[in-house]
Design a protein around this ligand. Structure first.
Ligand code: CUA
Length: 158
């Protein structure tokens, strides 16, 4: 089959871009621990605060040293607004939204998820550097979007 020279160049160019993008995904997955959210758990978005899974919000330390963080995102705040977790311990975040789609990004770490009403977003990560981290909403959620943030403090084990 005859393929025109320019068409061949474009075909190979488009193919190379696809390989490059797939390579970027593989690189981010392997070297930076970035994974797609796979936790599918539903919740009634009209009763977020009344749901027993979110009745107690904040930080819980399990007997094995792992940590659970439960938060609710809403226009235009996270509840609770400040959380403290120990360094070098696996921290599982569980977040849901009380109204619209929000983002949950712990700046400078691989902690980043969408927060969708009706679903519980969950991911586990470990912080190896003590300090104060900004948690920001990275999905436009309304007029106060730019004011929607919280603070994560990673501290040396007590
Ligand atoms: Cu919440 Cu933007």
């Amino acid at each position: 089959m005859h393929v025109d020279l320019y068409e061949r160049i474009w075909l190979w160019g488009a193919g190379a871009i696809i390989v490059l993008f797939l390579g970027a995904i593989a690189f981010a997955t392997v070297s930076q621990g970035r994974l797609p959210p796979s936790h599918v758990e539903t919740i009634d978005p009209r009763n977020t605060f009344g749901d027993e899974r979110f009745a107690t919000r904040g930080v819980t330390v399990n007997p094995d040293g792992s940590v659970a963080v439960t938060m609710i995102a809403m226009m235009f705040a996270f509840q609770p607004n400040e959380i403290r977790v120990p360094v070098n311990a696996p921290v599982t975040f569980r977040i849901t939204s009380a109204d619209v789609v929000h983002g949950f990004q712990i700046v400078g770490t691989n902690g980043n998820t969408m927060v969708v009403p009706g679903y519980v977003s969950q991911f586990t990560t470990t912080f190896d550097t003590p300090g104060e981290y900004l948690i920001t909403c990275n999905e436009y959620c309304g007029l106060g979007h730019h004011n929607m943030f919280a603070t994560l403090i990673v501290e040396e084990g007590a």
